[in-house]
Design a protein around this ligand. Structure first.
Ligand code: SAM
Ligand code: SF4
Length: 342
């Protein structure tokens, strides 16, 4: 094992999120346009290259690997990659030990992938779902089927996997469903986390982010609504991600809040993001990145890759600059979430 990755603000980097494809079988309105142009396939890292890079990170102290996209389960042969990564879970790898291999998915392909994922050691997954109304689901995802996603969630639960639902809080869209979503998760024993909509990618209105601003439902308001029916107590529970958790005392449910905008979650940031083309982003909300594909392709040994990773971590910024407070979507990113991986 190599020395751990520590950034200039003394944060240990032990969490890597990997976008394995920018492609997706949905077109969520807050994420991409309907006629999204995807990267040429030749620009993508092969599954072997992804394995090599992720293994280098594990060697350098990464303990948690989250596979995302785009939709990770539409990448051809993706199970080969998961099966490869499972060697870091069971202690048989020389690289070191991964505590967790996990996945963020839209759930569309889960009914067929749930069992193989379980067999590869995946024990916890996040499924993104913003509404329980089939028509609204179709409208927000443009192409998705709620029924299929729910079958996928059931298949995952049947394996014994823990499922967390990630819901983007959208003003005027799912406000009225707040308690329905909470009740459904209580009934089906699903964890639930709300995410504030971020000013990224296709802003839906040209350039200035006004539409996204209109969709912005601050989670502090959502929490106030929840408190009308439940008693909320803050928990110290953390999953290694950016969410803060509250317990609903009446049901014992755990509800997560990811508030990149109302709460600056950067001080405890332990993660970096790798794109499917081998770019390493040190912060979701900043443009700076390091190209890992070149050192990977120019050398058979991993020393140049490790050096490039260390150099990148040494420039990890203190935080993002997202800010809706001046009635504009400040700090907005032209990059799509599907590129960097949500
Ligand atoms: N396709 C998978 C999915 O939807 O779960 C994985 C990739 S997706 C980019 C990861 C997460 O990013 C999803 O939970 C999605 O809701 C979230 N996301 C996408 N665009 C967002 C935005 N503009 N603001 C906040 N969350 C966003
Ligand atoms: Fe696809 Fe996920 Fe983006 Fe929706 S949020 S378009 S499912 S990548």
């Amino acid at each position: 094992m190599s020395a751990p990755l520590i950034d200039p603000f003394a944060r240990t980097i032990d969490y890597l999120r990997v976008s394995v494809t920018d492609r997706c079988d949905f077109r969520c309105t807050y994420c991409m346009s309907e006629h999204m142009t995807f990267l040429p396939k030749r620009d993508l890292l092969t599954l072997e290259e992804l394995d090599r890079l992720c293994s280098a990170f594990v060697r350098m102290g990464v303990r948690k690997l989250r596979i995302t996209g785009g939709e990770p389960l539409v990448r051809k042969g993706i199970m080969t990659f998961f099966e490869g990564m499972s060697r870091h879970l069971d202690g048989t790898s020389e690289a070191g030990r991964l505590d967790e291999l996990t996945l963020t998915t839209n759930g569309s392909q889960l009914d067929r992938f749930a069992q193989p994922l379980w067999d590869a050691g995946v024990r916890r997954i996040n499924v993104s779902l913003d509404t329980l109304d089939p028509d609204k689901f179709r409208a927000i995802t443009r192409w998705g089927s709620l029924d299929k996603v729910r079958r996928g969630i059931d298949a995952a639960r049947a394996t014994g996997m823990r499922v967390k639902i990630n819901t983007v809080a959208l003003k005027g869209f799912n406000e009225a469903e707040l308690f329905d979503l909470v009740d459904w998760c209580a009934r089906d024993d699903l964890d639930l986390t709300f995410i504030e909509v971020m000013p990224m990618g296709d802003m839906g209105d040209g350039t200035d982010g006004t539409l996204r601003l209109g969709q912005y439902w601050p989670l502090r308001d959502l929490r106030t609504r929840l408190a009308e029916r439940f008693t909320l107590s803050e928990l110290s529970y953390r999953t290694g991600g950016p969410a803060r958790y509250f317990e609903l005392q009446e049901t014992g449910q755990r509800i997560g809040f990811i508030t990149p905008l109302t709460h600056n979650f950067c001080e405890s940031c332990n993660r970096v993001r790798l794109t499917c083309t081998g770019e390493l982003y040190m912060c979701l909300g900043q443009e700076d990145m390091a190209d890992l594909r070149a050192p990977l392709r120019t050398s058979e040994g991993d020393a140049p890759v490790e050096a490039a990773i260390r150099e990148a971590i040494a420039r990890k910024p203190k935080g993002h600059d997202f800010d809706y407070s001046r009635q504009r979507a400040d700090g907005q990113m032209s990059r799509h979430m599907s590129h960097t991986g949500g």
